[in-house]
Write a protein that binds this ligand. Sequence first.
Ligand code: NAD
Length: 272
Amino acid sequence: MMSPGDSSFKPNIFPHTSLERIKEIIYRGGVVALTGAGVSKESNIPTFREKGGIWDKYDISIYGNIVGLSSLLFFKPKKIKDFITDVYSSIISANPNPAHLTLARLEDDGILTCVITQNIDNLHQEAGSKKVYELHGNLFSERCTRCGRRYKNTKKELIGMINRLQSASRHEILSTVLPRCECGGRTRPDVVMFGEQLPQTEYEKAYIEAKKCRTLLLIGTSGVVYPAASLPYVAKQAGANIIEVTTETTELTPIADYSIIGRAGEILPKLL
Ligand code: NAD
């Protein structure tokens, strides 16, 4: 069987072209990467929509927003325990894969300007990427709902939280999941839920980067979550090349100059 390690490895690219041609475009520089759940799939973090993913197991209309989660916290705390354990477990045990590492390397080499990510898993930073715009927040950060202060958590601290959660009584669940800030307010995970605003400054910076890039590399995003999915249109309109790396065609395929079909962890190292 042919594998990416073989010199004969030829990913399926359409419209048909060679990997050399794609490299040529990328090595002109001014590249911005927009990543989604697919870039972390090979780090064993399931995408949310696929079979076995979070939205396959949990009802998105309840678990995907703060109102639904708050009511579960008070009325069905066991369900919250299961949900939080599921979401956190895969993320805190994940490590960067070759796709994350390639993007960090391209930044070091001055080819890639920044990564704009919809992911909340911190894997780009762990891989060494320095300029990362997180449109949907970061699971390793908590924000006070009263004073706005942010607290950073390490993997070890989050593992401790998950362990405490398993034996937490009904009334301990709240303080384990949403601990108090020094000001007395409740903190919450610093991630964007459905119906919530994106971090404004982060989005504005990402918008500017998308508008001025020469090439936008779309990696592992279905292009259905807005406003993140509008950035490729911004880049395209400003004249950028759009190259996507995905395991299946997406909503953004029609505007891509080239779609490379395959796993990001296999394809991206081939671009170096
Ligand atoms: P999505 O789940 O809607 O789509 C994932 C895309 O990645 C699909 O098009 C799929 O074909 C592709 N894909 C799957 N495996 C791949 C691989 N190995 N290589 C390349 N492509 C692959 O993802 P989305 O567009 O990012 O939207 C989902 C939302 O859920 C995001 O807003 C994100 O915040 C959140 N999310 C984050 C994580 C994470 O932090 N790792 C995981 C799941 C979901």
